[in-house]
Design a protein around this ligand. Structure first.
Ligand code: SF4
Length: 225
C-alpha cells in the first residue's frame, strides 16, 4: 500500500482538528498528493544543493564564481543535461542563461513547454577555464551529484545536449549525428541526444535535425495523459 506522505498526514491531522472525523476536501486527493510530492521533491533538491555547494573535490572549485546546480521544475518529466557552466552561467549561478539558453527557451516553447515545465542542469557544476571540455577526472568527481539529482527528480526522459554531454553521460563516443539516431538509458531513465543550442548558433544547418528531435520528444513524452 502506498505510504501517506508526512505533508498529507499533517494536512489530514489539521483537517481532523477543525472538522472532526469527517473529511471535507476542496481538492481531489491526487492533486493534494501531487502538490505535496512536488514541494517535498523541491525541498530535497534545495537541501541537496546546499549540502554540496561548497564542493572542493576537483580543482575547478578554486576558479568558480558560483556553483551551478540546476534550475526548473523539481518534478519535471524531462531533464536537459548540458556539459558545464559557461561564463554567464558561472556569473549568475544558473545554467543556460546566455544566447544559447535563450535559443533553448525558444525551442522548448515550440513544443509548448516553458522552463517551469522542465529541469536544466549540467554534468559539471563548476565552469572549466576558457570553456574547455571537462576532463575525465572532473567528470568522475562530479557525476555522482548528477546521479543523485536525477534520482530525486525521477524524470521520464533525459535529453543530453551536445556531444560532450552525451559522451560523458552515456559513455559512447560517436559523431553526434549518429548518437541522435539512437535511444539510450541512463540509470534506468530513457535518454536521447540532440544538438547543443550553441552548436545551432554556430551552424544553422543543425536547426532542422534538432527540430526533428524535439518533435519526437513532444510526440513520445508529452500529451500522453
Ligand atoms: S566541478 Fe563538481 S566535483 Fe568539481 S568542484 Fe565543482 S561541484 Fe565539485
Amino acid at each position: 500500500m502506498k505510504k501517506v506522505s508526512p505533508t498529507i498526514s499533517s494536512y489530514l491531522e489539521q483537517t481532523k482538528d477543525l472538522l472532526g472525523d469527517k473529511l471535507y476536501l476542496s481538492k481531489d486527493i491526487s492533486d493534494i498528493e501531487a502538490e505535496s510530492n512536488s514541494s517535498e521533491v523541491s525541498s530535497s533538491l534545495v537541501e541537496y544543493s546546499n549540502q554540496i555547494s561548497d564542493c572542493e573535490k576537483c580543482s575547478l572549485h578554486s576558479i568558480r564564481t558560483n556553483f551551478v546546480f540546476g534550475v526548473g521544475n523539481p518534478s519535471a518529466d524531462i531533464v536537459f543535461v548540458g556539459e558545464a557552466p559557461g561564463k554567464q552561467e558561472d556569473l549568475l549561478g544558473e545554467p543556460f542563461v546566455g544566447r544559447a539558453g535563450k535559443l533553448l527557451d525558444k525551442i522548448i516553447a515550440a513544443i509548448n513547454l516553458t522552463r517551469d515545465d522542465i529541469y536544466i542542469c549540467n554534468v559539471l557544476k563548476c565552469r572549466p577555464p576558457d570553456n574547455r571540455n571537462p576532463n575525465t577526472s572532473e567528470v568522475e568527481q562530479c557525476e555522482p551529484y548528477l546521479k543523485t539529482q536525477l534520482k530525486i527528480i525521477e524524470p521520464k526522459l533525459i535529453v543530453a545536449l551536445g556531444r560532450v554531454a552525451a559522451k560523458t553521460l552515456l559513455k559512447v563516443d560517436l559523431p553526434l549525428g549518429e548518437m541522435r539516431k539512437q535511444s539510450y538509458s541512463y540509470e534506468g531513465i530513457d535518454a536521447i541526444v540532440t544538438y547543443h543550442p550553441a552548436a545551432l548558433l554556430r551552424n544553422p544547418a543543425f536547426k532542422r535535425p534538432c527540430w526533428e528531435d524535439f518533435q519526437k520528444i513532444r510526440d513520445n513524452y508529452l500529451n500522453k495523459g
